[in-house]
Design a protein around this ligand. Sequence first.
Ligand code: COA
Length: 254
Amino acid sequence: MNDILCSTENGVMTLTINRPDKKNSLTLAMYKALADHLEQAQADAEVRVVVLQGHPQIFSAGNDIADFLSLSGSVQDSPITRFLRTVATFPKPLVAAVSGAAVGIGTTMLLHCDLVYASDTALFSLPFVDLGLCPEAASSLLLPQRLGHQRASAALLLGEPLSAQAALDAGLVNAVVPTEEVTALAQAQAQKLAAKPLGAVLETKRLIKEGQQQAVLTHMGAEEAVFGRLLREPAAREAFTAFLEKRRPDFRGL
Ligand code: COA
């Protein structure tokens, strides 16, 4: 089965995360496929908008934990970083449709999307600290800006999830609709964008992001360095092993 589906219609490329048996967790091969498709979308004049979506029951359970355990080489050189940097600098509009859980990178990638539509089942969580890790994708910069320091700390330090309504109230999503409507809404909004003059759309997106773009990339670099170190420390190894062994992690002494 292809874990990343790609189709293009009427100027809209739709990328579907399609690994429901593993809760749409993302493997290195899936990050590579996503980044490849985005680069192709960037280069292809026929593609004017990209939609990212998951499965009706789950957007994404985040990074594949087994891949985290076996990752060799630096995080900076990994497909994870390539994907995140591609999303963060993607020049065409990115529209997301989110149903069910969006864990870790399932949520942080959304901070770089231009329009996000969520089903009322969407649940956004950032359990980096519980995994012995730190935030990524400039989420430690962008979430405090959007949620305020205290709510960002509850999300990032305590790992408290945000409901669809909380995400709507915080401006992380544009609208919350029933699950059966979310992909159609995202597609309709993408089609509206695809019908607009491309040059004006691209310049407007660039101008919206320009004020912060360098700060976002610099912050991502700082996070990547810490993330790469923490990934190999005992707390993260214990968290990953515990998840795979279906037991609670034991952080005593760590
Ligand atoms: N990496 C690898 N496998 C994962 C996974 C992940 N991030 N998330 C889920 N899976 C796998 C499970 O191991 C399980 O595999 P199995 O059927 O071979 O045992 C399968 O997907 C179903 O997951 P399960 O936990 O039983 O589903 P659930 O409905 O009870 O819970 C989640 C769903 C998303 C809440 C839960 O799977 C979860 O917390 N996943 C980890 C999230 C995470 O920490 N991600 C990393 C963020 S940086």
